[in-house]
Design a protein around this ligand. Structure first.
Ligand code: ATP
Ligand code: MG
Length: 381
């Protein structure tokens, strides 16, 4: 008798029809990668995939963050016989101290002499006999005794919720604009959970933004790594661009022109590294640069889709996710970012595209972008 983890895939993977095999293979590879430094073996039994290890806790810690996994069940493997199943079910019942229960069986092994309903009934009866004072309750019991009958039988009552989503790397890729704030790491996490491979770009305005601000963004990328595996961070020097904008453009247009530069650079890097799209942490109306008009004017310089997974979320909801994924505490560290330093007193909230294009004519846009990209540093987190 030993304990294993039963990995339950997110239901959407089963909807993939002919592609299901590919999704499953990718998911298994991702799983193997995150636990590659631990000792473990896998067990396949009639369509179910289990992991055995001496350190199940650590395996669970890591697998709850792997997208494409819906649940992890801690199962006990026993011989496929009613007596053995009963013994383990009684142990689980006693451990739980629950009074109401039901049995839920899934039988793939058709040579097992009873079908699922028969097992539910008989095992339920045996448990009632074995332990006094219990009650079967079909809706909302305190505990469900699950039984999977394959070559062996697997009994469990404990399930751990995992992130869900789709296997990382199955849905193309994106360049995430990662600032040190609360929103952009959440946007990156959401894309990763949907299976989109994430690379990050951070615009650094040295010396106006400190080395510590850069370290903070690296730390955020490291936290995101829990959900992505290896992740690249491009740190692009942004001071010269900001200086030129401040020197040559109208104060109320600084922010929108700066946002357009960020977008251009993200697209330039995306082109260079074969990345299909751009993602930001913007949410409509959150600040002056995130009005619908501003979003339209910054999208104008993008040559690929720009995704904003937080567009319709309230800040409180975003903060909740940030706490859940472990980026919040780092995000609120008080280091300045390039946008907070160069904020105009009265930024335009309804910029007009043709006016902004006109205003930008005083800048050598291509050269500024090229120089910034040439000066970037690349970190593999
Ligand atoms: P966040 O909490 O993600 O920093 P924010 O509420 O501070 O967002 P802004 O500063 O207007 O909002 O930035 C909007 C989006 O632009 C960010 O979510 C991020 O995607 C991108 N962004 C802003 N500053 C930077 C930066 N220095 N480097 C890279 N991307 C940035
Ligand atoms: Mg910010």
């Amino acid at each position: 008798m030993r304990k294993l983890i039963l990995i339950k895939y997110a239901a959407e993977i089963f909807l993939k029809g002919l592609n299901r095999g590919k999704f499953e293979k990718k998911l298994k590879n991702n799983i193997k990668n995150v636990i590659s430094d631990l000792e473990w073996t896998s067990v396949s039994d009639q369509g179910r995939w289990f992991i055995y290890s001496e350190d199940l806790d650590e395996i669970i810690n890591r697998l709850v963050n792997v997208s494409g996994i819906a649940e992890l069940c801690i199962v006990t493997e026993v011989e496929a016989s009613m007596d053995e199943i009963e013994k383990q079910a009684v142990i689980e019942m006693k451990e739980s101290k629950a009074v109401t229960f039901k049995v839920q069986t899934n039988r793939a092994n058709k040579s097992f002499p009873k079908n699922s309903l028969e097992v539910n009934k008989e095992l339920g009866g045996r448990i009632l006999n074995d332990i006094e004072g219990l009650k079967v309750k079909v809706t909302n019991p305190e505990i469900i005794i699950n039984v999977e009958i394959r070559e062996k039988a697997y009994v469990y009552s404990k399930k751990i919720k995992a992130v869900g989503g789709l296997p990382y790397g199955m849905n193309g890729n994106t360049m995430l604009m990662l600032s040190g704030g609360i929103d952009s790491p959440v946007a990156g996490y959401l894309m990763a959970r949907r299976g989109v491979e994430v690379s990050c770009v951070y615009y650094h305005s040295h010396p106006y933004t400190s080395e510590r601000a850069k370290e903070k963004v690296k730390d955020l990328a490291k936290i995101l790594k829990k959900y992505t595996g290896e992740i690249k961070l491009y740190v692009v020097p942004f001071t010269e661009i900001q200086m030129q904008i401040i020197e040559k453009c109208r104060e109320d247009e600084l922010t929108i022109i700066m946002r357009r530069f960020m977008m251009r650079i993200a697209c330039t890097l995306a082109e260079k590294y074969n990345i299909q799209s751009v993602t930001t942490g913007e949410s409509v109306g959150q600040v002056a640069s995130q009005t619908m008009e501003s979003l339209v004017v910054s999208d104008d310089v993008s040559d690929r889709p720009v995704f904003r997974p937080l567009i319709a979320d309230d800040k409180v909801e975003i903060m909740d996710v940030a706490r859940k994924i472990g980026t919040y505490e780092t995000s609120i560290l008080p280091y300045e970012d390039c946008c907070t330093i160069f904020v105009p007193k009265h930024p335009k909230t309804k910029p007009i595209l043709k006016h902004i294009i006109e205003s930008e004519k005083v800048l050598d846009v291509n050269k500024l972008v090229e120089e910034a990209v040439n000066g970037m540093e690349i970190f593999e987190m």
